[in-house]
Ligand binder design. Structure first.
Ligand code: SER
Length: 588
């Protein structure tokens, strides 16, 4: 069965059984307890808890979907035959009272274990055509907190007729699911195996785990099933490798064509990461140093680092993006934003080339990489910790742990904070850097935020108007920033808007702001922007915002851009021929 047919037959089947078909939700969940969508049930959490009413919303207590999912826990496993970061999950769901729980009942009423198990079996045996002999299942055997799921056992054994030796009694780790995050619906699960491969997980939510860790029986019964699409396709297509299914074949072929001779593991990692990055970007994730942005950056930088390491000369992004669009664009139209996706990929590639690729080459030179060196490599070249571990010489990284790295990173943050406090100690005018002035703590906070905003503004102006823009003056008080810059004409409304939006975008991405002290000659080589009127000392500070902005600057600045708040341009005017002035404020 081809993958398209599998998707369709699943949805058709559950539609016939009274389910409302719901489109996949975004990979960025509404549910703030998790970073990314990891299961089909997530978008329905409020229906399980009873906060929302499915009958009212969908006209049925039954839904089915094909959900885009992303699991970070599997990043390190990717490269073998079965693990993926991004995958699709087929699922059917029921919310609230279980109705008759009779599989013959095709109404919109809720159901529970009996219907769920009967339908799953019918789908696997009759629709997918899998022989009884190939099927085995598992049920939860119970422990001191949650009892044996005898009900499910009986349905499989007494009603469906599965022999005892095809029924595995599983532990909590395998046969109990949820909640996603700290609290929420959860319950015992029953898994279906075909030829020994787990393909479907049927979860019966009959508990609610409270924040304090206690499992409470809930009257809000729920069914939540999930079937890994790629794994199912591999079983149905007689492959023991998800990358050999028709879901991946065109992409694998393309990678082989663009980069012949790569080891299979590397090809699989590239295929997985290219696909998942594109889906993350199409749902609005942007590379950054935090949370989902960091996950995306890690994937992209791994792809780029492999390109350096394995001498791949082709630019993998544009051509694979096209292939991925051919394969998934119909089902997930959001990935059709090719231009936008490509520009994010492109931007990250450029940043990578500016620094990280040097790091990839440099990393081989260290006989030992400890936390301090790893942090240096991260800070100087933007090499994610995981890549340092992966690409560093085996001997050199053998004692390196995440904790050592985090400790260094923390130390660094404390040092920059301590520096600022010292400078501001005392009374009267507590801050006077020439550019910034403040008389009390309150004011100081504001001018510091406006100061970092000024750097973002300069960056954005250069993005929007081009690199001829250069600072000719700056003045900041607690109310506003004022930035003078070289540019030959009045800005259009469109350009002003774009500049403002770009600044706000970077604020939202919550980029880290940090500085490095270095000899002036070295700082000049980094290409950091400077204000040419000023005379700089022999040792200077260069302030960085993420990987987008670098300026000669004495500081102080916020620690990360989200502290700035919302940025608004209030005026654009002429100062003299060839010089414009922007005034801007923060509105939160
Ligand atoms: N939530 C369960 C899982 O992810 C079933 O959908 O396996």
């Amino acid at each position: 069965m081809l993958s398209e047919e599998i998707r369709q037959s699943f949805l058709d089947f559950f539609k016939k059984k009274g389910h409302k078909i719901i489109p996949s939700s975004s990979l960025i969940p509404d549910d703030v307890s998790v970073l990314l969508t990891t299961a089909g049930m997530q978008q329905f959490k409020k229906y399980y808890t009873g906060e929302l009413n499915a009958l009212r919303e969908f006209g049925s207590q039954r839904t089915a979907s094909i959900q885009k999912c992303f699991r970070t826990t599997d990043i390190e496993e990717v490269g073998d035959r079965t693990h993926l970061t991004f995958f699709e999950m087929l699922g059917n769901f029921s919310f609230g009272p279980a109705g008759s729980d009779n599989p013959e009942d095709l109404s919109a009423a809720g159901y529970f274990k009996r219907s769920a198990i009967f339908w799953a079996y019918e789908f696997v045996a009759d629709v997918l055509g899998i022989n009884f002999e190939r099927i085995a299942i598992s049920v939860f055997k119970g422990d001191n907190e949650i009892p044996f799921d005898e009900e499910s056992y009986k349905i499989w054994h007494d009603e469906i007729g599965l022999p005892k030796d095809k029924i595995i009694l599983g532990e909590r780790a395998d046969n109990f699911w949820g909640p996603t995050g700290d609290e929420g619906p959860c319950g015992p699960s029953s898994e279906i195996y075909v030829d020994g491969v787990e393909i479907w997980n049927l979860v019966f939510n009959e508990y609610y785990k409270e924040k304090n860790g206690v499992f409470k029986k809930t009257g809000n019964l729920g069914v939540d099933t999930g079937m890994g699409f790629e794994r199912l396709a591999s079983v149905l297509q007689g492959k023991d490798d998800v990358f050999e299914t028709d879901i991946f074949m065109p992409l694998i072929a393309k990678i082989n064509e663009l980069a012949p001779g790569l080891e299979q593991k590397i090809i699989r990692i590239l295929a997985d990461h290219l696909r998942s990055s594109i889906f993350l970007i199409s749902d609005g994730v942007r590379p950054s140093n935090k949370e989902t942005g960091y996950i995306l950056r890690r994937l992209l930088r791994r792809i780029l680092a492999y390109s350096v390491k394995y001498d791949i000369h082709a630019d993998l992004f544009p051509e694979t993006l096209e292939i991925i669009n051919d394969k998934f664009g119909e089902i997930y139209p959001e990935i059709k934003k090719i231009k936008e996706i490509l520009s994010v990929l492109e931007e990250e590639r450029l940043k990578f080339e500016e620094a990280v690729s040097r790091g990839v080459k440099e990393i081989g030179k260290y006989p030992e990489i400890d936390g301090k060196t790893a942090f240096y490599l991260y800070e100087t070249f933007g090499l994610p910790f995981e890549l340092i571990l992966e690409l560093g010489p085996k001997e050199a990284v053998k004692n390196l742990g995440r904790k050592d790295f985090d400790k260094e990173s923390q130390k660094h943050q404390e040092i920059s904070r301590a520096g600022i406090t010292k400078k501001f100690g005392g009374h009267g005018l507590i801050l006077d850097t020439g550019e910034l002035k403040a008389v009390d703590e309150e004011e100081m906070k504001k001018v510091i935020r406006l100061h970092t905003a000024t750097h973002l503004l300069q960056w954005a102006l250069r993005e929007v108007l081009g690199n001829e823009v250069g600072q000719t003056g700056s003045d900041i008080n607690a109310e506003r920033l004022r930035f003078d810059f070289s540019f030959g004409r009045k800005m259009t409304t469109e350009e002003i808007k774009k500049t403002e939006e770009s600044v706000n975008q970077k604020i939202q991405e919550n980029l880290p702001v940090y500085f490095k002290e270095m000899p002036k000659s070295e700082a000049e080589k980094t290409g950091a922007l400077r204000f040419f009127k000023t005379q700089y000392p022999e040792v200077v500070k260069v302030y960085f915002i993420g990987f987008i902005s670098a300026e000669f600057c004495g500081g102080p600045h916020v620690n990360s851009t989200s502290e700035i708040g919302k940025f608004k341009i209030t005026k654009e005017e002429s100062v003299s021929a060839g010089t414009r002035r922007i005034k801007a404020t923060l509105i939160s």
